[in-house]
Design a protein around this ligand. Structure first.
Ligand code: BG6
Length: 487
C-alpha cells in the first residue's frame, strides 16, 4: 500500500521530536506499509538531501533506544523528501501537487503540524489545487481552537473540504497503550463490567502530573493554560474511556457515539460548583530532582503578573443511571512532584465489616499510563505473620496484583504516535476524535474559563515539586476522600 505522508510544519518541533521517531520505530518494527514517501513541507530552502541531514541531526537528540544507527537511518532516509512552501501562497501548492503526481499513491495523508491559525488556509488551498481527493486524509494536531467558537470555525472550514471520515483529530493520549488496554479490559473481559457502576464504585481519580515546566513554550502556554492544554482533551478523553457504555461494535462511530453521550452527561456547572469544585494553581519556585527551578512567572515568554493556570484539579459527576452521584476527580499540572499518569478506580467498602480494614483505603483498580504501563488491583489480605499469641488476627493488610504490560509485551511496545500514525495510514478512525465530541468538550470547559475571567483571586501558588495547592486536597477531603498518592 503506497502512501504519501505530507508533514506541513516539516521542520518543526513535533515532527522531529515525535513524528519522525514514531515513523522510524514503525519502520524498524516492519509495520510501516511499504513503498511510502514522507514529504516534509517547510519555509526553509532545503534540498531532499539537506532535509534528511537535518532530520538525522535531530535524531541525535532523541531517546537512545529510539535512535537509528547510521545504516538504519540511511535506509529510513530513502523515504524522506522535502518541498519548500509558503503555506499562505496559493502558487506554492502547485509545487506540492507536482511532487505528489510523480506517482499514484493509494493514500495521501496531509498532517497539519503547523500553527492552528494556518489550518483554514491550508485546507482552502488544498481544495483550490484539487488536492482534496477522496484518497486524501487530513490529520489535525491540537490545539484545535481556544474555545467553542474557534473550534467550530476550524471544524467548519475543514469540513467544507474533507468529509468527517477523512479527518483524523489527534489526541495522543488515545494512542497510549494503556488506553487501548482500558478498552480491552472493559469490553474484552467480563470480570469488571458488573462492578463498573455507582453501586460498587466510590470515586474515580485521573491524575496526569508532569515534572517539566513550560520549557520553551512560555508564550504559547500563556494563552493556553492547563485547562485547555490537558483537561479539555486528554483528561476528558480518559474520562470517556472509563465511563462510556459498551459500544455496539468496535467501529469508530459506535465508539465515538458512546463517548459523546458521556460528554453530554457531564454535570453542568453552577456558580457554586465553579467556586468549590474547580481549583487552579500556578507554580512558584521550588525544587525538582534536587535542583532549584524558577516560578512560572519567571519563565521566558511569560508575563510577570500572569494569571495563567499551570495546575487544575476538579470534581465532576456524570448524570446518568450508571454513574449518578459518583465523583470523578481530575488533576493535572506542570512542575509537580512526579511525572506520572494514572487512573484510580476506588471501589466501595464492604457493607458490613468483620475484619479490620486499613483505614481510608479501598479496593482499587489502578490503570497506569506512564511511566509504567499496566494494571494493578489492590485488595486486602491477612498477613499470617501478624497473628497475636491467641492466634487471632483481625487486621487486614493491603496486597496487590500487578499486571505489568511492559514486562509481558515489552519486546515490541508501540508508542502513542506510532500507533496513531499507523492508524491514519490504515484509515482506522477508532482512536481519533470526532468534531461533535470535541465541541461538546469545549462546551463543558467554557463556563470554567468564563468564571476565571471574572475571578480576581487568580490561580493559587504551589511550590514546584509538590502535588499542587493545598486547596486541591481540601476539595477532595470535603467528600471524605484523598488523592491517590496521599493514601
Ligand atoms: C501535550 C501538552 O498535549 O501533552 C503538553 O500540550 C504536555 O503541555 C503533553 O506536556 C503531555 O504528554 P505526555 O504524553 O508526556 O503525558
Amino acid at each position: 500500500m503506497a502512501f504519501d505522508l505530507v508533514f506541513f510544519g516539516g521542520t518543526g518541533d513535533l515532527v522531529w521530536r515525535k513524528l519522525m521517531p514514531a515513523l522510524f520505530q514503525a519502520y524498524r518494527h516492519d509495520t510501516l506499509p511499504e513503498g511510502g514517501r514522507i514529504i516534509g513541507v517547510g519555509r526553509d530552502e532545503l534540498s531532499d538531501e539537506q532535509y534528511r541531514l537535518q532530520i538525522q541531526m535531530r535524531f541525535e537528540q532523541v531517546d537512545g533506544a529510539k535512535r537509528p544507527n547510521s545504516e538504519e537511518f540511511a535506509r529510513f532516509a530513502s523515504l524522506l523528501c522535502y518541498v519548500r512552501m509558503d503555506l499562505t501562497n496559493p502558487e506554492a501548492y502547485a509545487k506540492l501537487k507536482t511532487r505528489l503526481s510523480e506517482r499514484e499513491a493509494n493514500s495521501v495523508v496531509m498532517y497539519l503540524s503547523t500553527a492552528p491559525s494556518l489550518f483554514t488556509t491550508v485546507c482552502e488551498q488544498l481544495a483550490a489545487s484539487g488536492l482534496n481527493t477522496p484518497q486524501t486524509r487530513i490529520v489535525l494536531e491540537k490545539p484545535l481552537g481556544h474555545d467553542l467558537a474557534s473550534n467550530r470555525a476550524i471544524n467548519e472550514a475543514v469540513g467544507k473540504v474533507f468529509k468527517e471520515q477523512q479527518i483524523f483529530r489527534i489526541d495522543h493520549y488515545l494512542g497510549k497503550p494503556a488506553v487501548q488496554n482500558l478498552f480491552a479490559m472493559r469490553f474484552g473481559n467480563a470480570l469488571f463490567e458488573p462492578l463498573w457502576r455507582r453501586e460498587h464504585i466510590a470515586n474515580i481519580q485521573i491524575t496526569m502530573s508532569e515534572e517539566l515546566g513550560v520549557e520553551k513554550r512560555g508564550a504559547f502556554y500563556e494563552t493556553t493554560g492547563a485547562l485547555r492544554d490537558m483537561v479539555q482533551n486528554h483528561a476528558l478523553q480518559l474520562l470517556c474511556a472509563i465511563a462510556m457504555e459498551p459500544p455496539i461494535n468496535a467501529h469508530a462511530d459506535a465508539i465515538r457515539d458512546e463517548k459523546l453521550k458521556v460528554l453530554r452527561s457531564l454535570k453542568r456547572w453552577t456558580p457554586e460548583t465553579l467556586n468549590q469544585h474547580v481549583i487552579r494553581g500556578q507554580y512558584a519556585p521550588g525544587i525538582i530532582d534536587g535542583k532549584p527551578v524558577p516560578a512560572y512567572r519567571e519563565e521566558a515568554g511569560v508575563h510577570p503578573d500572569s494569571s495563567t493556570e499551570t495546575f487544575v484539579a476538579l470534581r465532576t459527576e456524570i448524570a446518568n443511571w450508571r454513574w449518578a452521584g459518583v465523583p470523578f476527580y481530575i488533576r493535572t499540572g506542570k512542575r509537580m512532584a512526579s511525572h506520572e499518569a494514572h487512573i484510580h478506580i476506588n471501589f466501595r467498602s464492604t457493607p458490613h465489616e468483620i475484619f479490620k480494614n486499613p483505614a481510608g483505603q479501598f479496593n482499587t483498580l489502578v490503570i497506569h499510563l506512564q511511566p509504567k504501563d499496566g494494571l494493578e488491583l489492590h485488595l486486602f489480605a491477612q498477613d499470617q505473620s501478624k497473628r497475636n499469641q491467641a492466634g487471632s488476627n483481625n487486621a487486614l493488610s493491603p496486597v496487590h496484583l500487578d499486571l505489568d504490560f511492559d514486562k509481558r509485551f515489552g519486546s515490541q511496545r508501540v508508542g502513542a504516535y506510532e500507533r496513531l500514525l499507523l492508524d491514519v495510514l490504515g484509515g482506522r478512525l477508532n482512536l481519533f476524535v470526532r468534531s461533535d465530541e470535541q465541541e461538546e468538550a469545549w462546551r463543558w470547559v467554557e463556563p470554567i474559563l468564563h468564571h476565571w475571567r471574572f475571578d480576581a483571586l487568580g490561580p493559587r501558588p504551589y511550590g514546584a515539586g509538590t502535588w499542587g495547592p493545598s486547596a486541591a486536597s481540601a476539595m477532595i477531603a470535603r467528600d471524605g476522600f484523598c488523592w491517590s498518592e496521599e493514601t
